[in-house]
Design a protein around this ligand. Structure first.
Ligand code: SF4
Length: 430
């Protein structure tokens, strides 16, 4: 039995491949690519059918972060020309969330830059969640606020949060190369705190930062061991003004191989194509849907995605369907694990029928978290964005820096800083 037959058979049984098999997926050739996608697609359809879960990001607080995550446009010292603003008011955030839900999103991801929340910040997010759930009690809420202190996860859970996102981002052995203000162990600790409080764990990675295949496999196996219910796969958006601005290492083919490897190691876990989807998969995005069962609708934290309607059209054209609020995301056996571990009960959140529910562990997909890559922070870069803040952006929103020309051979033209939606007076892209 060759590699793909073995991986398919294991995936259909919900078994995890060996580390060597995962590495072999990343080493396949372009000639083998469609066979790899087809094999991963069988596993995806076994556990998730043709459903695509839509998630919608609301950046509660943008930029101004004291952490030094090298991939992040919101980092300390970043010259990326992103929107900068402090906490949105609960009603502002709820308005943004409503736009995403109206566009088909099942989960709203509330993200704030920073090392971690204060207790006052937990109060703010509690009020925001109440405003969102008052309008739509069925919506799932994932929170991403960085490193958690004792009892903060419990407070979020009690306030109605369904999930917590905190990405591991890369392997333990290379973590010190991408951030120095916190450690890989800090990140693991927060994922465990969230899970321990009964929150569904969302935790993922960022590919394209110069890591090796071994690093990618290491972090994906670590996420499996942590029990992440949803695994956001970010593809680095090399924002101008960040230390990784020159790291254009990914091709659409490489991205598909990475997604397939993540799927084989997490056959029955929500795999989300997160930040960098449009930038790196480009016209190959529909093939990614054959592997992943979840995406973000519309824009990312600091960069713009393709139009929300284009996302919906792509899903339909590729023969998939948007997952409804009443449908469970995770397969039954995973939801049962979640229930046994004390996660929420039912409903859209964790719980037995729940969607991405709890599970054993760690997403916000994108969110940042302290450090963590806030989700789809993604890069921002600026591409051809004007330096001026568009009309309609509140006075407290300040664009940073001066645009620079893309370097030769780089694709900074593909990166567009977010100028609409949360933190602006312009309509969100959903
Ligand atoms: S990833 Fe999160 S913690 Fe790290 S610099 Fe960005 S906003 Fe700050």
């Amino acid at each position: 039995m060759d590699l793909l037959d073995t991986l398919t058979a294991k995936g259909l049984r919900g078994e995890v491949p060996t580390r060597e098999e995962a590495l072999a997926v990343l080493a396949t050739t372009d000639d083998e690519l469609l066979d790899v996608v087809a094999a991963a697609g069988k596993v995806r359809r076994r556990w998730f059918g043709r459903r695509v879960k839509l998630n919608y990001l609301v950046n509660l607080k943008s930029g101004l972060c004291p952490e030094d995550c090298s991939y992040c446009s919101q980092r300390l010292g970043s010259k990326a020309e992103i929107l900068k603003y402090t906490w949105l008011k609960p009603e502002q955030a709820a308005d943004a969330a409503r736009a995403g839900v109206a566009g088909g999103a099942k989960r709203v991801c509330l993200v704030a830059s920073g090392r971690g929340p204060t207790d006052r910040d937990i109060d703010r997010v509690t009020d925001t969640m109440a405003a969102i759930k008052d309008a739509d009690p069925e919506v799932e809420i994932c929170v991403c606020l960085g490193l958690l202190s004792d009892n903060q996860a419990e407070r979020l859970k009690a306030a109605g949060a369904d999930a917590y996102n905190h990405n591991l981002n890369t392997s333990e052995s290379t973590y010190g190369d991408i951030a120095t203000t916190h450690t890989y162990a800090d990140r693991v600790d927060t994922v465990q705190k969230a899970h321990g409080a009964g929150l569904s764990a969302c935790s993922g990675l960022i590919a394209g930062m110069g890591e090796s295949d071994e690093d990618l496999v290491d972090v994906v196996f670590a996420l499996r061991e942590l029990g992440s219910d949803s695994v956001p796969v970010n593809f680095l958006i090399p924002f101008e003004g960040t230390p990784l601005a020159q790291e254009w290492n990914l091709t659409p083919q490489r991205c598909l191989r990475i997604l397939a490897m993540v799927r084989f190691v997490n056959p029955d876990t929500e795999v989300r194509i997160a930040g960098g989807r449009e930038v790196h998969l480009r016209s190959m995005q529909p093939l990614g849907l054959h592997i992943a069962n979840s995406i973000f609708l519309g824009d990312y934290l600091t960069s713009e995605g393709q139009a929300g309607q284009t996302d919906l059209d792509m899903i339909k054209d590729a023969g998939f369907e948007v997952e409804g609020a009443g449908e469970a995301t995770l397969p039954r056996h995973r939801a049962d694990i979640a229930a046994a571990s004390g996660c929420g009960s039912t409903g859209s959140g964790c719980g037995s029928t729940a969607s991405s529910g709890c599970g054993t562990t760690a997403s916000a997909a994108s969110a940042c978290g302290s450090g963590g890559g806030c989700g789809p922070c993604g890069g921002h870069g600026h591409g051809d964005e004007p330096a001026a803040v568009p009309a309609g952006i509140p006075a407290e929103v300040v664009a940073n820096g001066t645009p620079t020309e893309p370097a030769d051979g780089l694709r900074s033209d593909l990166v567009k800083v977010r100028r609409r939606g949360a933190g602006t007076e312009l309509a969100p892209n959903a």
